[in-house]
Design a protein around this ligand. Sequence first.
Ligand code: G6P
Ligand code: MG
Length: 216
Amino acid sequence: MSNIKACLFDLDGVIVDTAVYHYKAWKRLANELGFDFTEEDNEKLKGVSRIESLNLILQWGGVTKTDAEKQELATRKNEWYVEMISHMTPAEILPGAKEFLIACRAAGLKTALGSASKNSTTILNNIKIVDLFDAIIDGNHVSKSKPDPEVFLKGAEAVGVAPADCVVFEDAIAGIQAAINGGMKSVGIGSPDVLTQADMVVSGLDNMTIEKLQTL
Ligand code: G6P
Ligand code: MG
């Protein structure tokens, strides 16, 4: 019998797919700076914080900027991104995500969000599932990026559950490593060939059940 008492969820790629919006905004910025940015590059930015993403993009474009200029560029990208996510609706929730959150709560499990995004609350409000989380820990609360476990340890603490009794749902390798580094169990969302370190991998939350959780 499993001792899981809390489920901690990454946002992008687990509950919604905002990667396309991040891509459009970063591409616009790169184009303004005079270089291009492919969808393949965008894959490398999943789970990476805003400023670290900018540093990588500038590096790929061979462009050097001061810290003040970087702040301005990151703000500009975020304004475009925020405009795009302001149009998000509940229709964009990934299949099974809302149903699984409801099932967790019905089973008496705590739920928390653990995301690098500083726009998490805006997104959860727009897709109308903010009430399904007991705690929201995001980029505004942490200083270290995944694979550092900070975001998930703070989530566990916020819901009053020991890390060993938590399971993390993640689509990024760095997120699975963050769970491991925090002493938590993990369920990978995606391909078992990629998320090899996860305790279990499902293609999406529509393939996850409380019964499967209890086998962890
Ligand atoms: C998530 C996404 C990343 C994004 C990061 C910061 O982890 O996967 O692509 O860069 O959040 O998002 P923000 O909304 O704070 O710019
Ligand atoms: Mg993710």
